[in-house]
Design a protein around this ligand. Structure first.
Ligand code: ADP
Length: 997
């Protein structure tokens, strides 16, 4: 890869040839041409040096034959090397040559002559290394030229040396005969010495003509190749370009064609328009024109609000503009109207179209007519509401006679005068009516869920009581199928947590009911309630119902949480059921901010579970002081389920002893089949007073048991209060809490109470109740009067209505708290009273510092609970079981229809029959006047007074259980914008009340 990249400058067809040519020329210029030029110069210098030497030799030869001979013949002149110092002497031929060598050369050329046999006048001359080498070479190779490069004075020079040979006999004679000759036996052909020419090298570019032509040719060929190469490339490119252009043109043509088809299809099926960046219409298609009833001319240049329906929410358009201005597409439904005012709905998509600078150029809007769809949706919604309302009404209506059937069949089946057959039939009526009631209740819940009226409460709750109650309820059913029902509740769970106990009971009942229904005989079911995590004031609890039944296949697991869904209808006919339970449970758990989950395997069993994060509360009401304490248990050391279950509970009541202090134990515990039983029996003989608790898996096994003195037996399911009761009994303690508590407990409170309440009926009701209880009280007509009374009296408790004239409850509360602060007096507990059951009310009042909250109509048990908290008690302590039991009663008070019925009021408010009748009479006396006053305000469209009066009448109706009328009055009170609607609702209310009184 890297190699490929590095080679790109060569392999690339565009720059490759240029790179190769540059490299070639570079190589030529740097290496080949200098070398060639250098060789040329050397050859040239060599030739010129030989020529110079030859010329000198010719001069010497001429001088020898034409001058020396004549001089010798005709003159007395001497011939010698020292001719320069003697006027009668001429130079020897060799001296002439020597002298000329010194005179003739120019331009740094030097000519030297030297020999191995120099005459004495030159004998002292020392030869350098080059001269020595040259002399040696020439003496051996007389016919060759010796050429040598050398550096002299920093410059490159060429030394060319040739032989100086005897060719002439006269010369040989002369040399052999001279007195100072160093050698006298010369002969023709001997090398007398050498002549060396030294010439500097110029090192310029020196090319021969041929060479120059060849270099030029090379360049021309190179350029031609490059030219051809680029011409071919260019031609190819041109061809490709033309081809691409053709393809592009074809593509553009095709696309334009497709676009035109799309446009045609879009125009045909949708309502299309375009608008500029300010929203001014620039294009509309025929459909737009046809639907809107406006002409193209009327629409173009205008804005879209020309067709907008006035009902449309302005916020929708604000949001739309925000979206499209930020260059995003917007989708939504718009209600429009035609030129003639006919309403139509369109599903609209608006897309901003951007220019090349990414700025909004225009908007394209595509709409589809959905009027039919919306109409059908509205009809379906109305039908849905009607269905839910019908279901709610029906279940109310059915429940009233059903209660009577259940009640009377209960009395009937208990009657001693029935024969066996009749008593069986009465029991069948009772069970059938009960299951019908549970179906009706489910349907009512479902309709509430569908209406959005389903609410959960968040109250102080004793989970132990709730869960034990459910387990107890289902233990019978489990026993019928010999199913082992095991209940594990982590005893670290605090006694008081905040949640909706009634709804949890409903969910657990449903899950346990299903578990028993879908688990075969002799199997096992567990209800586990465990802490997953905890904090100082919060804890996360897991509730799980695990069965070992038929299980649910993976693909059906999601469906069963949908209403009316059962795994297999055929199977379910065997098991019965409506398929509503799990759907309702899902809603309940979701309302409690969690999810109902399921793990299940076919034929192995199911595990339904949910986790709830609950606040821990601190409430004296929820104590378990009546539990036996400090017991010492000795427990048979067997390793079976029962042993482990019971062990969980025992530390609630005391400690489990080690074997060593067996005799110290207060209680022995063993199970039905215990192998250690005999040993325990033995030990017990030593201490016969030590009681024994025997554990049984199955209630049926208890029946035939003959218990000895100080023995007690219990069977599954175990739970804290059951174990406690047995222990109490075993220890011969007569104070069985449950029994005591279920007796009528009369609780007397003492204290002075201030009641701020503007409604006459409510004032009357509270007066009756408090008089009955013998509690002192004052009633203030409004908030201001309450403040005034407070300032002059001392109260232990204030019950403060929230909606009051002159000064409302919240303002009065703030004034009182401020007053207490200024005067530095302790705070008087103030409890909010409200007839509005709006979600979050309770939290609102508590968050501003009010001490508690009571819903109207005031329920006796809740009132007792408040008194228990804030007033002194005269005698017996109200036990928690009683309170919870009372709350439980309250859950059944939903069985009220809008009829005046003293029994219902008794059950709802917990007051006596007498007070209930007084309330009804009072209502009958005043209600018509109140209604005509409200009617007057409605006619005058006096919104403020409509609201106040509706609230007032609602308070009166609440006390006597006219809940549906209360709901309608609540509607008038809260949604009083549309007077037509109010008039309509009022007519309904008036008609219903007239029928009642
Ligand atoms: P119902 O029990 O009245 O039919 P539910 O909504 O409570 O209605 O349950 C829906 C269906 O889910 C049941 O009909 C049954 O098929 C399946 N189902 C619920 N609980 C279990 C369980 N523990 N084991 C097996 N199937 C179950």
């Amino acid at each position: 890869m890297i190699l490929k990249k590095l080679l790109t400058p060569i392999t690339n067809p565009y720059i490759g040839p240029i790179t190769v040519s540059a490299l070639l020329i570079g190589y030529l210029a740097l290496f080949i041409l200098p070398d060639m030029s250098h060789k040329n110069e050397v050859t040239k210098i060599e030739e010129s040096s030989i020529a110079k030497v030859n010329k000198l030799k010719i001069i010497r030869s001429y001088y020898t034959s034409n001058v020396i001979g004549e001089v010798k013949k005709h003159t007395n002149l001497k011939i010698n090397f020292d001719h320069k110092i003697d006027n009668t002497t001429i130079p020897l031929p060799a001296t002439l040559l020597h002298d000329l060598s010194a005179i003739l050369p120019q331009d740094g050329i030097k000519i030297k002559m030297f020999s191995s046999y120099p005459f004495p006048n030159r004998a002292n001359r020392i030869l350098d290394i080059y001269e020595k080498n040259a002399l040696e070479y020439i003496e051996k190779n007389q016919n060759n030229v010796h050429t040598q490069l050398a550096i002299e004075n920093g410059k490159e020079v060429l030394k060319v040396t040739v032989a100086d040979v005897f060719y002439d006999q006269a010369c040989v004679n002369c040399h052999n005969t001279r007195a100072d000759t160093p050698k006298a036996d010369w002969k023709i052909g001997d090398t007398r010495g050498v002549i060396q020419v030294t010439q500097p090298l110029k090192n310029g570019l020196m090319l021969s003509h041929d060479q120059t032509i060849r270099v030029l040719m090379l360049f021309i060929i190179l350029i031609s190749i490059l030219g051809i190469h680029y011409m071919v490339i260019s031609y190819k490119r041109q061809k490709e370009h033309t081809l691409a252009q053709d393809i592009l043109e074809e593509e553009v043509t095709n696309r334009t064609k497709t676009l035109n088809q799309y446009k045609k299809a879009l125009d045909y099926s949708a309502i299309v328009s375009k608008a500029d960046s300010n929203g001014v219409i620039t294009y509309v298609n025929d459909q737009f024109v046809e639907l809107s009833g406006y002409s193209k001319e009327e629409l173009i240049g205008n804005k879209h609000n020309i067709i907008r329906h006035p009902d449309m929410d302005k916020e929708t358009f604000k949001e739309m503009w925000k979206t499209i201005k930020s260059k995003n597409a917007w989708k939504g439904q718009i209600k429009n109207r035609t030129k003639d005012g006919v309403t139509y709905y369109v599903a609209t998509t608006i897309i901003p179209i951007l220019d090349k600078n990414n700025k909004i150029e225009e908007f394209l809007a595509v709409r589809f007519l959905i009027s039919d769809l919306i109409e059908s949706k509205l009809i379906a919604e109305r039908a849905d509401i009607a269905k839910s309302t019908f279901l709610a009404n029906m279940s109310h209506e059915i429940r009233t006679p059903l209660n009577a059937i259940i009640g009377f069949s209960q009395i009937l089946s208990g009657s001693k005068e029935l024969n066996i057959e009749q008593s069986k039939q009465a029991t069948i009526i009772q069970t059938s009516a009960n299951s019908l009631l549970s179906i009706i209740n489910d349907i009512l819940d479902l309709s509430k869920i569908e209406n959005g009226n389903f609410q959960t409460n968040n109250d102080n709750t004793d989970l132990y009581f709730i869960c034990e109650h459910v387990v107890e309820l289902f233990s019978k059913k489990a026993l019928e199928k010999d199913i082992k029902l095991i209940f594990n509740m982590d005893h670290k769970i605090p006694l008081c947590v905040q949640t909706d106990g009634a709804r949890i009971r409903q969910v657990l009942s449903n899950l346990l009911g299903n578990a028993i229904k879908f688990t075969p005989n002799n199997k096992k079911i567990s209800l586990n309630i465990t802490i997953i995590s905890s904090d100082t004031d919060k804890l996360n609890i897991r509730f799980e119902v695990i069965d070992t039944g038929i299980g649910i296949s993976q693909e059906k697991q999601k469906d069963i949480f949908q209403p009316f869904t059962q795994v297999d209808n055929k199977t379910n006919r065997k098991y019965e059921g409506t398929g509503l339970g799990l759907s309702i449970c899902t809603h309940i758990i979701e309302s409690l901010h969690s999810n109902l989950k399921l793990k299940s395997e076919l034929d192995k069993g199911s595990n339904f579970y949910f986790d709830l994060e609950l606040d821990i509360c601190d409430d004296e009401m929820f104590n378990k002081d009546y539990f036996v304490k400090n017991l010492n248990f000795t427990i048979a050391n067997s390793d079976n389920d029962l042993y482990h279950y019971i062990k969980r509970y025992l530390n609630l009541f005391g400690n489990i002893s080690t074997n060593n202090d067996l005799l110290e134990s207060t209680i022995f515990i063993c199970n039905e089949f215990d192998t250690d039983k005999s040993q325990l029996e033995l030990e017990r003989k030593n201490n016969p007073n030590t009681p024994k608790l025997i554990l049984f898996e199955n209630e049926n096994n208890l029946r035939n048991l003959i218990l000895k003195e100080n023995e007690m037996a219990i069977a599954l399911p175990f739970y804290a209060s059951k174990v406690n009761d047995s222990l109490q009994e075993l220890l011969n303690q007569s104070t069985n809490i449950k029994e005591n508590v279920s007796d009528d407990v009369s609780v007397n409170f003492t204290g002075n109470i201030l009641i701020a309440e503007d409604n006459d009926a409510n004032q009357e009701l509270i007066s009756y109740i408090l008089n009955d209880m013998g509690i002192n009280f004052d009633i203030a007509q409004n908030g201001q009067k309450a403040v005034d009374l407070y300032k002059v009296n001392r109260y232990d408790l204030i019950l403060m209505d929230i909606n009051m004239p002159v000064l409302d409850g919240i303002e009065a509360f703030h004034i009182i708290r401020k007053y207490e602060q200024e005067k530095n007096i302790s705070k008087t507990p103030i409890v909010a009273l409200t007839a509005n059951t709006t979600k979050g009310d309770k939290e609102k009042f508590l968050s501003i510092g009010m001490d508690d909250y009571l819903n109207k109509p005031i329920n006796m048990d809740k009132l007792n609970y408040v008194f228990f908290k804030y007033l002194k008690q005269n005698n017996q302590i109200l036990k928690y079981n009683k309170i919870v039991k009372s709350f439980e009663n309250e859950l059944d008070t939903t069985k009220i229809s809008d009829k005046l019925d003293s029994a219902k009021i008794v059950s709802k408010l917990g007051v006596s029959e007498n007070i209930a009748n007084i309330l009804i009479n009072k209502f009958k006396k005043t209600i018509l006047d109140d209604l005509s006053e409200l009617e007057k305000y409605i006619k005058a469209d006096d919104k403020e007074n409509i609201k106040n009066k509706a609230h007032y009448i609602k308070n009166s109706c609440l006390n006597i259980g006219l809940e549906e009328i209360c709901d309608l009055l609540q509607d008038i009170e809260t949604k009083n914008e549309n007077i037509d609607k109010i008039t309509h609702i009022f007519k309904n209310i008036k008609n219903s009340i007239i029928k009642l009184v």
